[in-house]
Ligand binder design. Sequence first.
Ligand code: KIV
Ligand code: ZN
Length: 387
Amino acid sequence: MNSEKVEIFDTTLRDGEQVPGCKLNTEQKLIIAEKLDELGIDIIEAGFPVSSPGDFHSVSEISKLIKNAKVCGLTRANKKDIEIAAEALQFARRPRIHTGIGTSDSHIKYKFNSTREDIIERAVDAVKYARSFVEDVEFYAEDAGRTDNDFLARICEEVIKAGATVLNIPDTTGYCLPEEYGDKIKYLKENVTGIEKAILSCHCHNDLGLATANSIAGVINGARQIECTINGLGERAGNTALEEVVMILKQHRDLNLYTDVNSKMLNKMSALVSDLMGMPVQPNKAIVGANAFAHSSGIHQDGVIKNRETYEIIDPAEVGVNESSIILTARSGRSALAYRFKHIGFDVTKNELDFLYQEFLKIADIKKEVNNDDLSLMIEKATRKIG
Ligand code: KIV
Ligand code: ZN
């Protein structure tokens, strides 16, 4: 069976930048956008041009700069937003307008004080208007996660007729369970006339920690685009983490899906975004966290030293990390200690190791982590004692 491509739509500069404290200036956005292009991202959502003159400027400058990826600007379903986005995107080699409207009953009632029929009409008008500026128009059905599937199918059908090329099905509130989200995508695949003319896209939020799982359920059921951010940044608990979906598709070849992302750049990309946004990455973050390839318990360390694959499913080099690390703590065993001594140039015998291990435990019980300086000092003291 031939493998199929999943497009990666990065929204670090739009949804990610909405995070309080993560605001970037144009220069910083250009640095990130250029790296995203190098990383192999298919679509870069550069911003929400109508939201501020600064964001308009950023989208416009990113449009001029980017050589490979499509550059996308977000709008609401109204003429002014769309005109301004089209203007900001005018220099893009491959522009995309991302327009849409809330489709759940709660959005229709409380946000718009409107009706389903009116929402369909507004969506269709917005897509048609956006198509008068660009060929590539993505429609988002905001809060699709809580939108009734029949109505979602109807609105999708109408916006495809109006010219939408991509249908974004956001789980805006991060409410869905993976099976439920996957079924939603399947339902649309099976019930929307003309669905073969559009790509279905997953945009999942992480309020229940399910964003990545939901996006994967989406592509298993026929979606072919994932919207995600570096380090999973985004509104509230964040979006689907780009590095996670890329590595899941890479590790699970059985899914027959791939992306064009150069995974070897993931670690550096994560650090760049974290630095520029001033948003630290949690140490236990999958793929890019400081502890993602660190082993500290004796049993695990012994296994990894014998064969990396005993406790690692990803070769760290695949994501741009030099090597797995063996962290020395009071839970470490002799083999980890010998391994670390060897690393700093000391090949110790079994008897020496037995002695040094007792010394090591004394230090490890006091300190959280025993480092190379401690190890050198231990060797120095032991040599003095023996010598
Ligand atoms: O979460 C969401 O619904 C969004 C849309 C604006 C695409 O970010
Ligand atoms: Zn979102």
